[in-house]
Design a protein around this ligand. Structure first.
Ligand SMILES: *Cc1c(COP(=O)(O)O)cnc(C)c1O
Length: 412
């Protein structure tokens, strides 16, 4: 297919749900991507957070090749070895409990929401003497979420997402979600009722603009959840699997969630979702209550095991610390140099650069110079390079941005 034919086919046959960049990629390796004309791009936003090992990591490719030559799929009504191994590994890396496998971040969050409701329904509030069985509205079902959060596009995940622009036109959304201001514990306290079942948040809001949760805020949330017997759901779909310099971001905060959701980076580019549930609530969803046909298939589990092995063998958490510090040093140097940069923030290799101007033009200029980055919320440039990125690659990327900002500052 010629370039124009590709664009035409998308126009004619694919629903226009994505804002698209006119690049057609054919090959990837590490932090490099090749387009149809053989131009090479430096990818500082691989797969919107999926590409933590860069493109086509050899360990993932080998694992997938090995598995597809033996058995591609087996449903969850049977057993297979890789799912057992991956579950054990994830629990070993996180906290005592059990996991549920699905295929995406939104789906993992849907699972967390359903589990919270089941958990809340079992608690009939003060009237435990009632002989009437629990029915809708009698138990606890409300979930507190936060402004600028992002939890996915399915209806319940969308209701949990604290951004009106994504919800508009899809009402009525499932009930029972209350959105309050991020990092504001008083707002959370005001929103609590005897119907509250859970509090759900990202510790670094990704799509919402790289907003980092305050430590005190998170400790207070944990305390509130403990005191009122609520579930603390941490959405680590974007922050998980080493992105912030620890296996999971919650480990920076000295807390343990009741439910953690994972997806993006876990299977090296293959679709996966996981909900990791603390031991005491891990059996709430029993046989027949929740399911996902493709969840935790052999190919995905093998790929995820290869990702976890690569993280360890290649000492990537140490590399995130080293190169993350370096990236922030470089970005802060740009901030000192250019007035268009308002703030640099983030954690590990998850960096946001808030501008005083719209970021779209900058992203386009970067693309012309063969650097791929992202812009979220209009003015926030987002960098989430592969966890095996090098200082040289960071120098190159920041150098390109420097050149562009120089022109912008003069003209702006
Ligand atoms: C991307 C993302 C999701 C949604 O994941 P999908 O796989 O697109 O459904 C949910 N939560 C967070 C924090 C995300 O970054």
């Amino acid at each position: 297919m010629k370039l124009q034919e590709v664009f035409d086919s998308y126009n004619d046959y694919i629903m226009p749900t994505y804002t698209k960049t006119p690049l057609v990629f054919v090959k990837g390796k590490g932090s490099k991507l090749w387009d149809i004309h053989n131009n090479v791009y430096l990818d500082f936003f691989p797969g919107w957070g999926v590409g933590s090992l860069g493109h086509c990591h050899p360990k993932v490719m080998q694992a997938v090749r090995d598995q597809i030559s033996k058995l591609i799929f087996i449903p969850n009504s049977y057993y297979h070895i890789s799912q057992a191994k991956l579950a054990k590994e994830l629990i070993f890396w996180s906290y005592p409990g059990k996991v549920f496998f699905c295929n995406s971040g939104a789906e993992a969050n849907e699972g967390a929401i359903k589990l919270s409701r089941k958990f809340g329904q079992a608690q009939l509030g003060s009237d435990t003497s009632s002989a009437i069985p629990a029915s809708v509205g009698q138990g606890r079902y409300e979930i507190i979420t936060f402004e600028n959060s992002f939890h996915g596009r399915t209806l319940a995940a969308l209701a949990a997402t604290g951004q009106k622009k994504y919800q508009a036109g899809f009402e009525p959304l499932p009930e029972g979600f209350k959105t309050v201001k991020f990092n504001d514990i008083e707002e959370v306290k005001k929103a609590l009722t005897d119907k509250t079942a859970a509090i759900m948040l990202e510790l670094v809001q990704g799509e919402g603009g790289i907003n980092v949760a305050d430590k005190d805020f998170v400790l207070s949330l944990r305390k509130i959840c403990d005191e009122r017997k609520l579930l603390l759901i941490i959405d680590e779909v974007q922050t998980g699997i080493g992105r912030t310099g620890k296996s999971f971001c919650y480990q920076h905060y000295g807390i343990i969630p009741d439910i953690m959701t994972l997806a993006k980076a876990l299977a090296g580019g293959l679709p996966v979702g996981v909900m990791v549930v603390k031991k005491d609530i891990a059996d709430i969803l029993g046989p027949g209550m929740h399911a996902s046909t493709f969840g935790g298939g052999p190919v995905i589990c093998k790929a995820a095991l290869a990702v976890l092995r690569a993280l360890q063998e290649e000492k990537l958490l140490a590399n995130v610390k080293k190169t993350g510090d370096y990236l922030f040093l470089k970005l802060n140097a740009l901030k000192d140099k250019y007035q268009v940069i308002k703030e640099v923030r983030g954690m590990g290799l998850m960096a946001g650069v808030e501008l005083n101007i719209e970021g779209k033009g900058i992203v386009e200029e970067c693309m012309k110079k063969r650097l791929l980055i992202n812009c979220t919320h209009g003015k926030i440039l987002r960098f989430m390079p592969a966890l095996n990125i090098t200082k040289r690659e960071i120098d190159k990327a920041v150098g390109i941005l420097d050149g562009i900002l120089k022109d912008t500052d003069i003209h702006g």
